[in-house]
Design a protein around this ligand. Sequence first.
Ligand SMILES: [Zn+2]
Length: 79
Amino acid sequence: MADYLVTRCSRCKMPFYFKTPQKTKRCPNCNTLLTLSKLSILYKAVNAEDALKIVLMLKQPGANSSFIEASKIMNGDET
Ligand SMILES: [Zn+2]
């Protein structure tokens, strides 16, 4: 079963999703060829629809920061 992983471009920080076991992907925003294994995974989804929802959420400026803060808290990075 494939996973849909949500990550961010290491160059322009644009969120996007890809489907495993894909190894590389061009950033839809800045066209940089990214090695997916070197990027940190923000979210794992079971289908493309869910992955797209997360990407769209991350693109919202307001929702973005609250989502990132929430994930930091879950990871224990926030003091
Ligand atoms: Zn980019």
